[in-house]
Design a protein around this ligand. Structure first.
Ligand code: HEC
Length: 113
């Protein structure tokens, strides 16, 4: 009897954990900062652009509307990589868009040679 109660408890625990981990997964995807850090920050640290300093992300005209942003990510220019997994996940894309729009604008400084 005790064993039965214990396995019943275990089953309840397993069922209880399942939806929780699914919720965690969608919360992770909806975290714009995290999506940014995982896919964009290597080149756009702090909203800038370490590869082409004249093209910072923060304050970019490509962020004016979601349509423009999505269009750019679908066909990026120069050394900007194509990120199909970000574009195909609507929640992640929405969160990323909001995060990028809120980045404080960076001033493009000319490197002193
Ligand atoms: C490997 C480096 C790299 C990564 C990673 C990267 N980018 Fe870029 N990004 C660039 C470069 C280089 C440009 C400038 C392209 C050009 O020459 O016009 C750019 C340009 C942009 C622009 C347009 C800026 C403008 O006004 O012309 C946006 C918007 C942008 N990136 C968003 C993103 C987002 C969002 C991510 C993450 C999903 C991302 N980038 C990841 C390198 C990168």
């Amino acid at each position: 009897m005790r064993k039965a109660i214990r396995s019943l408890g275990l089953a309840a625990l397993m069922f209880g954990l399942l939806p929780q981990s699914q919720a965690r997964e969608s919360a992770r995807k909806a975290d714009g900062k995290l999506v940014f850090e995982q896919n964009c920050a290597s080149c756009h640290q702090g909203g800038g652009n370490s590869i082409n300093r004249d093209r910072p992300l923060a304050g970019s005209a490509k962020l004016q509307t979601m349509t423009q942003f999505k269009k750019y990510l679908n066909a990026p220019k120069g050394h900007m990589p194509f990120n199909p997994h970000v574009i195909s996940d609507r929640k992640a894309l929405d969160a990323l868009y909001k995060y990028c729009k809120d980045l404080p604008k960076v001033t493009v400084k000319q490197a002193s040679l």
